[in-house]
Write a protein that binds this ligand. Sequence first.
Ligand SMILES: Cc1cc2nc3c(=O)[nH]c(=O)nc-3n(C[C@H](O)[C@H](O)[C@H](O)COP(=O)(O)OP(=O)(O)OC[C@H]3O[C@@H](n4cnc5c(N)ncnc54)[C@H](O)[C@@H]3O)c2cc1C
Ligand code: SF4
Ligand code: SF4
Length: 490
Amino acid sequence: MADIEDLAALATEWSRSIRAPASLQEVVTSGNCVGCGICEGIVGPEFIRMEVQPPKQRMRPVFLKEAEPKLLQKALAACPGAKVGSLPGWAPATGMEAFVGKAISIQRGYATDPETRLKAAAAGGLTTLGSHLLDTGKVAFVLHVKACALYSDVSAQGSKLSFTAAEVFEGKGSRYGPTAPLKSLEDALSRNQPFALVAKPCDINAMRNCALVDPRVDQLCKYMMTISCGTFADNECVDKFLSKNKVDPSEVEEFRWRGHGCPGACPYLRTKDGREVSKDYVDFWFENGQELGPLTYQWRCKMCADFIGYAADVVVMDCWPGGLPQRRHEITEDRKHEWDGWVLIIARTERGQELVDSAKEAGKLTLGPADPREILETQPHQARRAASQLVRRAAHAARGAPLPELDAGAALRVARWALDANFVDEVMKTGPPAPSGDAAGLREVLPQTLAEALLQMPERHIAYHLDNFKGTAKRLARGDAVEPCCLGKL
Ligand SMILES: Cc1cc2nc3c(=O)[nH]c(=O)nc-3n(C[C@H](O)[C@H](O)[C@H](O)COP(=O)(O)OP(=O)(O)OC[C@H]3O[C@@H](n4cnc5c(N)ncnc54)[C@H](O)[C@@H]3O)c2cc1C
Ligand code: SF4
Ligand code: SF4
């Protein structure tokens, strides 16, 4: 049997050989756009403008005017649909290490302020870290989004620059729908003041990519903080929720994604005449399809190689055992405390560690130690995405379609996830067993290099990988990765 290091090197090389999108338009049409908005932020709204696009109401760039090639090149270099990176100088030795990512510390806890803990998405970790940076004068503002808003509220479709703790608090919550946090990048940079970014892992990737082509990013963006991100639903799903409940967007006084308990209702709305409508978080994600038609998602999330913020300074995530809360009306005595709000916080860099320590020492975060295994136990859906990522990519590439280039660190983590037998065994325990499949089946669908690497794995993994390949291929065949690109007046 070949050495695991050789296999990982083979798979890394294969991942890096896949063609990346050659233009921003191709990023969109190949299903690789995440809707981050950094292209608008770099090229300017008179050329590229982020807009909600029918039929799924995704946030996508509209190409209005031909822009300077140099600016378009810069935007493509920053685009997370064209490139995914890693923290430099760190290489995981096992699948589990690759899954958790670089971690100087892992802690569990909550915002000490009861209102923040109650009203934020989970336990107010990110809101507290953002406002602590403002209180201590480490940054002049926080670039993030207003999570709890209807998508038809144009002012909440993009970045929110918060200069006070009260403004940071307004951004709390988890928006399970599109928003473009980086469309105001130039506004943030041109202020020439230190700031912090709070956004999804793919948005953080955009910012790290941008730092390689714009020195102002590293000079001014002092902290990059993120979440573990499972994906978000298309805005069309919100339309269905409103119409099922006979609410017109113009009637909505308050709309919330999570909060007021952990996780709180998801979503919750109150109309101007005082009607309240909400769903339980568990029903939103898992039962929604029964009454509203299935939730739909952008394809890029299926190809995501950075769902736990591998390039961020700090990551804050939920920590329910098995990855799911109980329904509010079914919560058992032994899990009641979860509703109070708890998060796991990983500090990945020295800078991130200093920030978490400082918020803890100031009494703003109440934290205790946690074990890396808790990340696997509380994020099993992410672990399944990790172990299947290599064959998902193979299924996508088999159609000749481009994928974001992975830098060496990102390609290595994808290889480790698939090729560390202990890690794959752990992951397989978290889901149903795969139907049977054999080596011939895998050889038939995978490029030779990749098939040979995966066939060195224990026999019990072959059906797992083949099943994941087939599932991805099926979704691709029904057109999930095909998206129109809006050329505006071009
Ligand atoms: C799309 C999405 C998917 C998620 N998937 C998972 C998951 O699989 N596993 C898991 O453990 N946790 C997941 N979370 C994270 C979880 O919901 C909590 O947000 C996280 O635990 C932080 O909680 P908090 O109380 O510290 O956040 P808060 O203190 O409420 O702060 C949240 C911050 O996130 C920002 N934000 C919210 N939504 C978005 C968005 N769509 N884009 C950019 N920035 C945003 C807000 O501006 C705010 O600053 C997801 C969140 C989102 C938005
Ligand atoms: S991923 Fe971001 S930068 Fe790339 S095309 Fe989409 S919105 Fe623009
Ligand atoms: S799953 Fe990945 S690509 Fe999708 S929104 Fe989350 S971080 Fe971005």
